[in-house]
Design a protein around this ligand. Structure first.
Ligand code: PNS
Length: 169
């Protein structure tokens, strides 16, 4: 049966994976752009038990849900395992990743090729908005920890959560 003959309309699905500890404006920009390109976008909070995060996985999910709610086609889930298995279980053919700079490219290319070799899933790279080309969750946490201003780098809900977490209300 071809896609046009099937009863279910074919949904164009993609996943934006990451640690999101916490989500930044850079992540949000990529998710927003993916949500305009695809019918359904999954945000996968990948669990890395070797990494102690600042926010719990549930806190990260709650923040991402809050700041992506307006897009209307974004679902947020956590996953412990291989990203390709997350994709396989949900019939997701594409991974969308932001590329900040050439320095991101080497590792991202390796992961894209590994994921494609493992399962055939494609990776699409979106050039990061230059405003956020230096931005990472780690830097946001470090600056916030020392009382620096990160209000232009994260959504308001994340800023409030960071201040509460770091005792800087
Ligand atoms: O936000 P991060 O920490 O840079 O995201 C990296 C992440 C979580 C996307 C990557 O480490 C990943 O896909 N992990 C899931 C485990 C996996 O599939 N590993 C093989 C990658 S080829």
């Amino acid at each position: 049966m071809t896609a046009s003959e099937s009863e279910e309309p074919l949904l164009r699905r993609a996943v934006c994976p990451g640690s999101f500890d916490p989500i930044t404006n850079g992540h949000l920009d990529i998710i927003a752009r993916a949500s305009r390109l695809y019918d359904e976008v999954y945000v996968a909070v990948m669990i890395n038990k070797a990494k102690q995060g600042l926010f719990t996985v549930d806190e990260r999910i709650a923040l991402i849900e809050q700041v992506t709610e307006e897009f209307g086609n974004v679902r947020v889930e956590s996953f412990h395992g291989l990203l390709v298995d997350f994709c396989k279980q949900r019939d997701i053919p594409a991974i969308v990743k932001g590329l900040r700079a050439v320095s991101d490219f080497d590792y991202e290319l390796q992961m894209a090729q590994m994921n494609n070799g493992l399962s055939g899933v494609e990776t699409l790279f979106v050039p990061t908005n230059p405003t956020y080309s230096f931005l990472s969750s780690s830097l946001v946490k470090e600056v916030a920890q020392w009382g620096g201003d990160v209000s232009h780098l994260v959504p308001d809900a994340v800023l409030r959560a960071l201040r509460a977490k770091l005792g800087r209300d």
